[in-house]
Design a protein around this ligand. Structure first.
Ligand code: PLP
Length: 384
């Protein structure tokens, strides 16, 4: 099925083959193509809410290290966000950190395969199953990844979410929600009927609104870095209702998505070659590199955890001035959405992580030059 500009419709001809491939790979029972991953997550949360028998404010556990949308769209689904702390060496949640956030109102857990890394999810999945908690796998940054045991990522959760939008792997536009559980697919029917009645927003208004949300997020991160405020959640939460329409977005690029589908494997290979070049050029520097891409086969961004003595912003800016893409915007999400959920590992990770680009704009040669820029600035800042 597709959620397109005309609302819900049967899967269009050009997406029938990609859908069959996706379902076969994941052991899925059905799929909905959407305009973005956030729409898939929003519906996943609505489903989790129904499964739990409609209690007041059910809780969804999301990772404290994540872009804002998986957490922010929990609010649009009228649920409460809880943030789980992360493994300090990967930035991903673990069974233990999820257990710390469990309450009788917990209805879903989102596992984000961060930066293309994966993890063994068997114990988390078993724990969720015992408690009737929906496990959602978010593959926005890890399309095509392999779990440590060799099975495809997305073969453990009840629901699986993809993004094909700009900055992700495929970049054709779009997203998908895949159902691996037949019962959840039934619950979906109920939600679908309510969702089709929503008012359409024009793409121009949507783009401006999305920019506003991004600016708000970045602006508050800067205030936190400067330590001018201690609590950003009040300002952030107060405005969130304004942005809710952003999370229900139709797929407008089905034919581009279908045309690019088969090219994903080649894109992943290109990314891995770039990662290898970074890896070679960055050895011995004052950082840890996240090497999970070697096992998973997917590198979304090449990520470094800087030695805490290196000034993150100054360092990133110096590398950018040399003409290389580098970002440092993974501030702990708990500070925005649920400050009561203290996450010490995420606090440290968010202050140290730098992401380098491995997409089509980069070649191994360029990655090597970027690595030299990082080494040079790290040495200069260490001397300063
Ligand atoms: C980008 C991203 C999303 C949101 O994707 P959209 O398609 O822009 O909605 C969700 N989860 C993760 C982990 C992401 O990186």
């Amino acid at each position: 099925m597709i959620f397109g500009a005309e609302g819900f419709a049967p899967t269009p001809r050009e997406l029938i083959e990609p859908e069959a491939e996706l379902l076969a790979t994941l052991g899925g029972v059905s799929a909905v193509w959407t305009g973005r991953a956030a729409t898939a997550l929003y519906w996943a949360y609505r489903i989790a809410r129904l499964v739990g028998g409609g209690i007041e404010k059910p809780e969804i556990i999301v990772p404290a290290i994540s872009c804002a949308s998986p957490g922010a769209c929990v609010l649009a689904a009228d649920c409460s966000v809880r943030c789980a702390d992360v493994d300090p060496s990967t930035g991903m949640i673990t069974l233990e950190t999820v257990q710390q956030r469990w309450s009788p109102r917990t209805r879903a857990v989102v596992f984000i395969h961060l930066y293309g890394q994966t993890a063994d999810l068997a114990a988390l999945a078993a724990w969720c199953r015992e408690r009737g908690i929906v496990l959602i796998e978010d593959l926005a940054q890890a399309q095509g990844a392999r779990l440590p045991g060799g099975a495809p990522a997305g073969t453990v959760g009840d629901l699986v979410v993809y993004s094909f939008n700009r900055t992700k792997i495929l970049e054709s536009g779009g997203g998908a929600l895949v159902f691996r559980s037949p019962e959840l697919a039934d619950f979906w029917q109920e939600i679908r009927e309510q969702s089709s009645r929503r008012q359409a927003v024009s793409p121009e208004r949507t783009a401006l609104l999305a920019l506003s949300l991004r600016d708000l997020y970045h602006s508050l991160i800067s205030l936190r870095r400067l330590n001018l405020v201690t609590d950003v959640s009040e300002s952030y939460l107060q405005l969130q209702h304004v942005y809710f329409s952003l999370y229900v977005e139709p797929l407008r690029t089905a034919s581009i998505l279908s045309a690019q589908w088969a090219g994903a494997a080649r894109k992943l290979e290109h990314r891995v070659r770039n990662a290898e070049a970074y890896s070679e050029g960055l050895s011995g520097g004052p950082w840890l590199t996240l090497d999970g891409w070697r096992q998973s086969g997917v590198c979304w961004r090449y990520s470094l955890l800087l030695d805490s003595r290196l000034p993150l912003v100054e360092f990133t800016e110096a590398v950018r001035r040399d003409g290389f893409w580098a970002s440092n915007l993974y501030w702990p999400l708990n500070e925005f959405l649920c400050p009561q959920d203290v996450c010490p590992h995420a606090a440290s990770f968010g202050r140290r992580v730098v992401n380098l680009w491995v997409d089509e704009t980069v070649t191994p040669e360029r990655a090597g030059r970027c690595a030299r820029s990082l080494q040079t600035h790290a040495e200069a800042l260490a001397r300063a």
